[in-house]
Design a protein around this ligand. Structure first.
Ligand SMILES: NC(=O)c1ccc[n+]([C@@H]2O[C@H](COP(=O)([O-])OP(=O)(O)OC[C@H]3O[C@@H](n4cnc5c(N)ncnc54)[C@H](O)[C@@H]3O)[C@@H](O)[C@H]2O)c1
Length: 296
């Protein structure tokens, strides 16, 4: 089985590639332009690495020859980054996804797994949010993920298996520039932890759950229609900040400031479908792995 991971030098991609290399009979290769990814050196050797930009259709087509399964993770993965440079988010997340799907179909790839996001829903009316909730993105990142999903659906109609996973907020070792690593860094320096808005509640899910879900989505029975992958529990960002301060025995203060308009402030995934199709099961405490992360 030949497997291609786009965005394999990134946070989730790195964990996925490590798992794939531990599976027998799986030959894994990575493409990434290192826009946000770490470096080819952080990848588990001896995974073949190709520095390719998914906006380059010909290069993607070359990399696709002979692949059986594609995990398409390459993206502008940061909401505020996408807001700051909506052009890059569009060309990478929409045109790049289109390039990956086109090349996969031409190369007779069996299945493409696409990592969409809870941002596809925008600000939901009620929690938890089922997959049937309307897609009303409120920023350039969410819009690009919705567009990516639509192209996946189109490719599926044309015969390419596409599995869409809508990920909640993923946390684990090796991430940076997102709320948990930012809080951990601030706490280590006894600097203030900034919380945007008092009402913000999000669904945090441990990286191993995501990798398990990706592996099932890639290799088990074909799943039609999007699936939420989260913990199914909400944690307020203020609560998260206080837990980080306490676990790191920091003297940092938690500062609440005005919320940022572009960000989605409320999300808890309805994971009934994910439980059934991907075997999701998470402990009662959504932040159960925080000590493991901060003590690592
Ligand atoms: N981490 C989360 O909480 C989360 C939540 C929802 C969805 N997702 C999605 O999961 C996927 C992986 O997320 P992540 O947290 O590992 O992000 P990440 O930014 O760490 O990894 C994305 C990778 O894509 C690469 N990339 C960016 N633009 C590219 C381009 N034009 N060509 C080739 N490679 C390019 C980056 O260099 C990076 O290595 C992304 O699609 C993201 O949108 C992540």
């Amino acid at each position: 089985m030949r497997v291609l991971v786009t965005g394999g030098a990134g946070f989730i991609g790195g964990h996925l590639v490590r798992r794939l290399t531990s599976l027998t009979g799986c030959e894994t290769a990575v493409i990434d332009n290192l826009h946000r990814g770490y470096s080819r050196h952080s990848l588990p050797t001896p995974v073949p690495f190709h520095k390719i930009d998914i906006r380059d259709a010909a290069a993607v087509e070359n990399a696709m020859h002979g692949q059986d399964v594609v995990f398409h993770l390459a993206a502008q993965s940061n909401v505020m980054g996408a807001v700051a440079d909506a052009g890059y988010a569009f060309t990478t997340n929409v045109v790049g996804t289109y390039n990956v799907l086109q090349a996969a179909a031409r190369a007779n790839v069996k299945r493409v797994v696409f990592t969409s996001s809870r941002e596809a829903y925008g600000d939901p009316k009620t929690l938890p949010v089922p997959e049937t909730a309307p897609m009303q993105p409120k920023n350039a990142y969410g819009a690009s993920k919705v567009a990516g999903e639509v192209y996946c659906r189109l490719a599926a109609h044309q015969g390419l298996e596409t599995v869409v996973l809508r990920l909640a907020n993923v946390y684990g070792p090796g991430d940076r520039d997102r709320v948990i690593p930012l809080f951990a860094t601030a706490a280590a320096a006894n600097a203030p932890l900034t919380v945007y808005g008092t009402q913000k509640i999000l669904d945090f899910v441990w990286i191993d759950t995501i990798v398990d879900a990706l592996i099932k989505a890639g290799f088990d029975r074909y799943i039609r229609g999007p699936v939420n992958v989260g913990s199914g529990k909400g944690a307020t960002i203020a609560e998260l900040a206080h837990r980080v301060v306490s676990l790191t025995r920091s003297s940092s203060e938690v500062r609440i400031v005005e919320e940022r308009a572009q960000e989605v402030g409320r999300f808890v995934a309805d994971i009934r479908r994910g439980k059934k199709l991907l075997g999701l099961s998470e402990p009662a405490d959504p932040l159960w792995a925080l000590p493991r992360l901060l003590e690592a």
